[in-house]
Design a protein around this ligand. Sequence first.
Ligand SMILES: [Zn+2]
Length: 208
Amino acid sequence: MTRKCWLLMLCLFTAFATGCLSPDHPGANSPPPGGTYFLTDGFDFPVGDPDGRGWAVTGYDFLEWSGYSNSYHPGEDWNIPGAGNGDWGETVYAVANGEVVFSGWNTALGNVVLIKHALSPTDFVWSQYAHLEERWVDRGERVYRRQPIGTVGRGPNNTFAAHLHFEIRKADLPANAWPRTGGVAWSRSKVTDFWLHPSVFIKHNRPQ
Ligand SMILES: [Zn+2]
């Protein structure tokens, strides 16, 4: 093989390799192309079909007083009505396009996934999925609306009857944030400074 041939092959290889590594290559962990934000195109429900059919909030509702946690509940507890633990292991879906900012375990909530969603380049909300049995996404991963991200579980050491604890946040809070300071519950109005009513928010932001 001539020297010219070798150079040509080297060029082709370099072009191929850099092409594969470029940010434009669609991959779960690559940044949004052209530096634009990965915007949402609407929100679906996190369990059941995109409308949440077959499921309901039968556990603690948003802002319901929880004696168990001595606080106003900052999210919704989703179940298949009457199923008991029959919803254990059911699929949980990302409610919208976004980026996983936490996927891990904490002692209060068990397995948690937290996703950041860009409504516009400057306007964000976060969805949080807790008590999961399994987590199928990692921090830094880009996820799409309706992407399966894990399964319904029973919380740390199977403490609870199987359900999805689901939150929509309007603030960048740690995954284990809870509306309580030093054991004292925050007021309902303070909770709504940081959390949104999940079902109301989703119903107002369905895909077109
Ligand atoms: Zn809950």
